[in-house]
Design a protein around this ligand. Structure first.
Ligand SMILES: O=c1ccn([C@@H]2O[C@H](COP(=O)(O)O)[C@@H](O)[C@H]2O)c(=O)[nH]1
Length: 249
């Protein structure tokens, strides 16, 4: 059984390696891990990831040291199967706990990602990362879905993609907290639900449209909460993380 703090993955959305290292060190032990995404990766690459997740061991050869805390490498791969498989093989040696693709890339691509993760982890003797798929971005509402040709409630598209993801053998999905109960009904209790769009009561929603509070998300059945700005932009990020953990405890 996870402790409340272990459900929190903090999104370190910054171009600055030093800032990400400082936050990661400060938060270690107070949260379940950190998340490095497109902004951080595109500025700093795999070397930057190792500098944050392996600290002083940044020069250690790939795949030969364990990260200082669990991390989700949120690169949301979306390309043809062969290209996604190559991308997955490239990141597995960094030692992420979770990696992801877009479910809308389709079944062949999702299966290729999973196969590549198994293939890359085996010779390193490491547990393969959880491979999950993004359903519908939490920054999108029904109007945004309509604009890209998806009519109807977001929950229907999210559940459709979650079922497809599960059928492809992946470990779980990224969804908003609003779809958790519908996905649990369709995919069962063991399918991992990683949930961004989390906003503590009264905090700025920013660009997120399908939001819920940390407490609501955990009560609905989230496995992990991905939380960025409500923690990283707080005057005291550690205190903000602790307050969120207390609120879901
Ligand atoms: O549907 C999605 C998928 C990924 N994200 C990522 O989560 C964090 C959320 O950050 P906040 O500052 O708490 O809004 C961010 O890194 C996104 O890239 C998401 O928000 N929604």
């Amino acid at each position: 059984m996870l402790q409340p703090k272990d459900r929190i993955l903090v999104a370190l959305d910054t171009p600055d390696v030093g800032a990400a290292q400082d936050l990661s060190r400060a938060l270690q032990g107070h949260v379940g891990g950190v998340k490095l995404g497109l902004e951080f990766f595109n500025f700093n690459g795999p070397q930057g990831v190792r500098a944050v997740t392996h600290g002083d061991e940044a020069e250690t050869p790939r795949g030969q040291s364990t990260p200082n805390q669990p991390f989700f490498l949120d690169l949301k791969f979306h390309d043809i199967p062969n290209t996604v498989a190559g991308a997955v093989r490239g990141v597995v040696p960094l030692g992420p706990k979770i990696i992801n693709v877009h479910a809308s890339g389709g079944p062949a691509m999702m299966k290729a990602a999973l196969d590549a993760a198994n293939f890359a982890a085996e010779p390193l003797g490491v547990v393969r990362p959880m491979v999950i798929a993004v359903t519908v971005l939490t920054s999108m509402d029904e109007d945004d879905l309509g604009a890209v040709g998806q009519q109807g409630p977001a929950v229907e598209q999210v559940v459709r993609l979650a079922e497809l993801t599960q059928k492809c053998g992946l470990d779980g999905v990224v969804c908003s907290a609003r779809e958790i109960s519908a996905i649990r009904k369709a995919c069962g209790p063991d399918f991992k639900l990683i949930v961004p769009g989390i906003r503590p009561e009264g905090s700025d929603t920013g660009d997120q449209k399908r939001t819920m509070t940390p407490k609501q998300a955990v009560e609905a059945g989230a496995d992990y909460l991905v939380i960025g700005r409500p923690i990283t932009q707080a005057y005291n990020p550690v205190a903000a993380a602790k307050a969120i953990a207390d609120s879901i405890g």
